[in-house]
Design a protein around this ligand. Sequence first.
Ligand code: TRP
Length: 330
Amino acid sequence: MKSKKLLAVISVLVLFLIVSFFTEKNEEKKEDVPTVGVLQFVSHPALDEIYRGIKDGLKESGYEDGKNLKIAFQNGQADQSKLATMSQQLIDKKSDVLIGIATPAAQALANSTSDIPIVLGAITDPVSAGLVETNEKPGRNITGVSDKSPVDAQFDLALELLPDAKSVGILYSSAEENSKYQAAEAEKAAKALGLTAKSYVVPSSNEIAQTVQVMSGEVDFIYIPTDNTIANAMQTVVNEANKSKTPIIPSVDTMVEEGGLATVGINQYELGVQTGKMAADILAGKSDPATTPIYTFETGDVIINEAQAKKLGLTIPENVVEDAKLVGTE
Ligand code: TRP
């Protein structure tokens, strides 16, 4: 009887040892795999494309999620008050490199750590967002990709398509540093072309529909910077603007696909790929954020929504169509 009990105790002990041996092994293995922590401000088609590009950029550089890399992902769902806690969570997961998609996310990461390298995923202007000292020499634990829009080219295109336009309304959210910068650039570009420019700043997404209604009665077309709040509500903007046939010139391809008229825009997926590659270089010890310049894209593609042009009763000049990527073709 006694020996049976002893045997049972011993078997349990052996089993315990075996199980703990294997789990330990597993944990050891996990620690060998580097972790990239990604914080995305909100889901909208452009930022989702950027995240897709990031994963592919990392993969192209030899880091594949689930194989030799672990990606920890958080999405702020447009709630800026969540971003600080989410940044901390990514740091607690022992991220080796952090990636911030959109300015509010990058700012939250930057406020949470000054040691872990941070890669900026498509930040309009890293300097005015307080993220780097200069684009050439960031100086801290931060480098990455800027998606600064070719604003002058966008306004030139707008006037080619809308030669009679006299006024433009610039629509953006007061909560986004990135948009303040680009709206100022847009006002300059508009005025240089002889347009009257007026900014329409919404405090939150709740005011977008009504603001677009007001704009439709006051301006000849609507210009939208790379504003996350507006991008997240693009359908609402398009629905309201269509009621009065007011054309929209946004800053990116994805917003043209959703019903903007046209733009000269940087490919969102490519922005992500470049961001992923820069994160991979840091993981591999090949680059140091402090001395790695911010990557900027020189030009964008001309993108036109043909169905939208038709709806607005516009004919696109032949020479413009020739070089353009057409979307929304019926
Ligand atoms: N540039 C934006 C920022 O700094 C992020 C962004 C990238 C974006 N692509 C976009 C916003 C397209 C709106 C639409 O926050």
